[in-house]
Design a protein around this ligand. Structure first.
Ligand SMILES: [Zn+2]
Length: 72
C-alpha cells in the first residue's frame, strides 16, 4: 500500500500558503520558516521578496522590483 502523501523531512518541509503578490497581483507563495520565526513571501513572476519576523512583524528583508524598474 502506497502512502498518499509522503512528507519531506528536509528543506521543503516549511508550511506554504498560496497568496497574491502585493506587487503585481500574480499567484505567489508565502513560506513560514518556523525555526527562525520568519515569514517569507516571494513571487516568481516579478521577483518580489518580503521577509518579515513572524514574532515582531518587523520587515527583515524586502525587494520589490516595481520600485526600481518602474517606467517613467
Ligand atoms: Zn509579483
Amino acid at each position: 500500500m502506497l502512502p498518499a502523501f509522503t512528507p519531506n523531512r528536509g528543506i521543503t518541509s516549511h508550511p506554504r500558503q498560496a497568496i497574491r503578490c502585493p506587487n503585481c497581483g500574480s499567484p505567489a507563495e508565502r513560506y513560514y520558516l518556523l525555526e527562525s520565526q520568519l515569514t517569507r513571501t516571494q513571487c516568481p513572476t516579478c521577483d518580489y521578496l518580503m521577509v518579515t519576523c513572524s514574532r515582531t512583524g518587523n520587515v527583515v528583508e524586502a525587494y520589490s522590483p516595481g520600485l526600481y524598474g518602474y517606467p517613467h
